[in-house]
Design a protein around this ligand. Structure first.
Ligand SMILES: Nc1ncnc2c1ncn2[C@@H]1O[C@H](COP(=O)(O)OP(=O)(O)OP(=O)(O)O)[C@@H](O)[C@H]1O
Ligand SMILES: [Mg+2]
Length: 415
């Protein structure tokens, strides 16, 4: 009789080996604050802390058949290798048996995506139509990023996506890769197929919420779902299709690259051709890579952040550097001082009890927003220190991630 087999990341193995695989997942204890963070699923899924230790990793465990678990594990690994936004696979558990020797399903283990929320949780809090648009935009961007990598999803939907706050918008992550496939390059037909599936899924999911009375009455599920497709097409066009530039503008090429960077994409390879007869300048992006601001922020300041948070932090740094007297010090020197005097200076003021409520880079963004808001109200800038203190005193204590308490702060759910 085959023994329990765990295939996965070496550094997690000793923790994984100690987990109660001989018990059906359904009977595993799940922390109530974690159960709130879980979306609907066909399979049995549990979010569990690996050990009782307060900083133990949190795993998302899904029971399924071995073939699917292995397939999804391999796809997620490949997606992570290609830097796609998705949950990180940890292991596949096979040959599980219960105490009586009866077979149990295989399990796929992934890392719980911190600060992530299923769409149902976001949409059941008070939400503006603007936020629905933000979710649609995030989903469209996710689909574009997957398609650029040659990944056909096959089941793009809101419930197979997790959302995180990213500045004043959302960042979307793929959570369910079971149906996906890698191709060296997707055909237009394959992309259209994925768009059709997502149009149908998203409309059906929103319709369900509408029937349940959760969505605002005037929201049209089909229109919202079409919003994802429209946004996808706009982005795809900007990233893949040739543009005709003004040949008399010396900065036209640079401008076109900047526009793509502004959308969050670095242009790694581009083809520029000049049409002699018409004197036209054709600009065609060949290879683009997502995470332009994320990568710059990481290189320059060593901070991991979502794309829009990164853009915001970089803007704060640029302003700081702009104020430094000439001759400007080396860039890394300014970076060190910005980190010490601005970023860490602000973050160090957050009391321990209020940490973990909002992701750090998101909190920094919110404090900058708060400074702007206070300034508007007062008719003058009140400064970063004042804004930080006011945010900590008056906003953070009531700030739960879209109305839900985050794991790590053990308070009753605010839902
Ligand atoms: N790594 C993770 N981090 C956070 N939440 C997760 C993670 N993995 C799963 N979840 C939660 O569990 C839910 C269900 O997961 P998943 O979509 O993989 O299962 P499923 O819906 O049963 O799969 P299928 O769509 O194949 O039936 C997700 O919507 C998400 O809320
Ligand atoms: Mg699913």
């Amino acid at each position: 009789m085959a023994n329990l087999r765990i295939t996965g990341l070496a550094e997690e193995m000793s923790t994984l080996a100690r987990m109660p695989w001989s018990k059906p997942l359904e009977t595993w204890e799940e922390d109530a604050s974690l159960a709130d963070m879980r979306g609907i699923s066909r399979h049995i899924v549990r979010l569990v802390k690996a050990t009782q230790n307060y900083n133990a990793p949190i795993y998302a465990i899904k029971e399924t058949v071995p073939e699917f678990a292995n397939r999804e594990y391999a796809l997620l690994r490949e997606l992570i290798n290609r830097e796609a936004p998705c949950v990180e696979p940890v292991a596949v558990i096979e040959n599980r048996k219960d105490g009586q020797g009866e077979e149990l399903p295989a399990a796929l283990v992934t890392h719980y995506l911190p600060f992530s929320l299923p769409y149902r949780v976001i949409l059941s809090a008070e939400i503006t139509p603007h936020e629905v648009t933000n979710m649609a935009n995030a989903l469209a961007l996710l689909l574009v990023r997957l398609h650029l990598l040659g990944f056909w999803w096959g089941d793009c939907s809101l419930s197979n996506t997790l959302f995180r706050r990213d500045a004043d918008q959302f960042a979307a992550y793929l959570v369910d890769a079971e149906t996906g496939e890698f191709q060296s390059r997707l055909t237009d037909g394959q992309r259209e197929h994925d768009l059709e599936i997502s149009l149908f899924n998203v409309a059906a999911e929103l319709e369900d919420l509408k029937i349940a009375g959760v969505l605002q009455a005037d929201m049209d599920p089909v229109r919202a779902s079409e919003g994802v497709i429209k946004r996808y097409r706009r982005l795809w066009k900007a990233l893949r299709e040739p543009q005709v530039l003004d040949p008399d503008d010396r900065h036209a090429v640079e401008g076109a690259m900047r526009a793509l960077q502004d959308l969050g994409f670095a242009v790694e390879e581009v083809e520029v051709s000049i049409n002699g007869d018409k004197g036209e300048l054709n600009f065609q992006p060949k290879l683009v890579a997502a995470g332009y601001h994320q990568n710059r922020l990481l290189d320059l300041l060593g901070i991991h952040a979502e794309e829009l948070q990164a853009k915001r932090l970089l803007a704060s740094f640029e302003r700081f550097r702009g104020r430094e007297p000439a001759p400007k010090p080396p860039l890394h020197d300014s970076a060190r001082r910005w980190l010490r005097d601005t970023y860490h200076h602000v973050m160090n003021q957050v009391p321990d009890a209020l940490q973990n409520r909002v992701e750090q880079t998101q909190m920094f963004h919110e404090i900058l927003e708060h400074r702007w808001y206070l300034g508007e109200q007062a008719g003058r800038d009140l400064g970063l220190d004042f804004a930080t203190k006011d945010y900590i005193d008056n906003i953070l204590p009531f700030r739960t991630y879209v109305g839900v308490t985050m794991p790590g702060i053990h308070e009753p759910s605010a839902k």
